[in-house]
Design a protein around this ligand. Structure first.
Ligand code: MG
Length: 263
């Protein structure tokens, strides 16, 4: 039957006659195998098995076994201060407080896509309003800021409020805890891929959980987060995670329990 089928096809090509014009009787003689009936195993695969990771304590947000611990309450050995060298923020009582006489700090290591956990708190007696109240930020790959700001009963422009992609996308909701309490960020970041002309083939994307509430869900980052002007796109590779020292006059905020997993 296979031979007959091939002959028919060959004849159709040679003569320029489409197979669909063959006499009905001839077409009926062709037989084709039925697809094999599906079995469960046909849509299952077993390798590679995902590696085993021991999760941290979800009540304390401790790092899972494959995380890089960036700050465990002891020192800033994983960090540096751009333009200065040693990170000069103040480590005390298992936390690190921004040093407003110093600059930003950033990781010594560069990262592409990642899952980042960090916790931050503004002083209970913080004062100030709008952007001048506990301003800091997580600046991904040295150019894309997820805003940190005390927006507990404090309004500002929404695309610059807490958990916004700064000057781009507001958070879905305001999940702030009150001053003096600890806020938790879990940030899942997908690094961009660039075309040869320097524009994004795949733009960077970010998902942010603020106190376990999804406030950015696979949000496209349009470019660098500019204070003045609009996002700029320029090719880059992996980069550090930077924490912002903002020059606003309000009391300095603190961080603790910072860890990252490369994706
Ligand atoms: Mg900021």
């Amino acid at each position: 039957m296979k031979h007959l089928s091939l002959k028919i096809k060959a004849l159709a090509v040679l003569t320029g006659i489409a197979a669909c014009l063959l006499p009905a009787a001839q077409a009926q003689e062709k037989e084709y195998p039925e697809p094999e009936p599906m079995r469960p195993g046909m849509s299952e695969y077993w390798t590679p098995q995902p590696r085993i990771v021991t999760p941290g304590d979800i009540l304390t947000h401790s790092a899972p076994s494959d995380a890089i611990v960036l700050f465990d309450g002891k020192d800033l050995s994983q960090w540096e201060e751009p333009g200065h060298g040693e990170a000069r923020w103040i480590v005390h009582d298992g936390i690190v407080t921004v040093n407003k006489k110093a600059g930003d700090i950033r990781t010594k290591e560069n990262f592409g896509s990642f899952q980042l956990h960090l916790e931050w708190s503004v002083p209970k007696d913080i004062e100030g309003e709008s952007q001048a109240r506990g301003n800091s930020g997580v600046i991904i790959q040295d150019r894309y800021e997820v805003q940190i700001l005390d927006n507990y009963q404090n309004e500002t422009y929404v695309n610059g409020m807490v958990a916004s992609v700064y000057k781009q996308t507001p958070p879905a909701v305001n999940a702030m805890r009150a001053p003096g309490e600890w806020n938790v960020y879990d940030i899942i970041y997908t690094a961009p891929i660039f075309k040869e002309d320097g524009s994004y083939l795949y733009p960077p994307r970010v998902t942010v959980l603020h106190n376990n509430v999804v406030v950015q869900c696979n949000t496209i980052i349009q470019g660098s987060t500019q204070y003045i002007g609009f996002p700029k796109v320029s090719p880059h590779g992996e980069g550090p995670i930077r924490l912002q020292m903002h020059g606003d006059p309000s009391k300095a905020i603190s961080f603790r329990n910072i860890w990252v997993r490369k994706l």
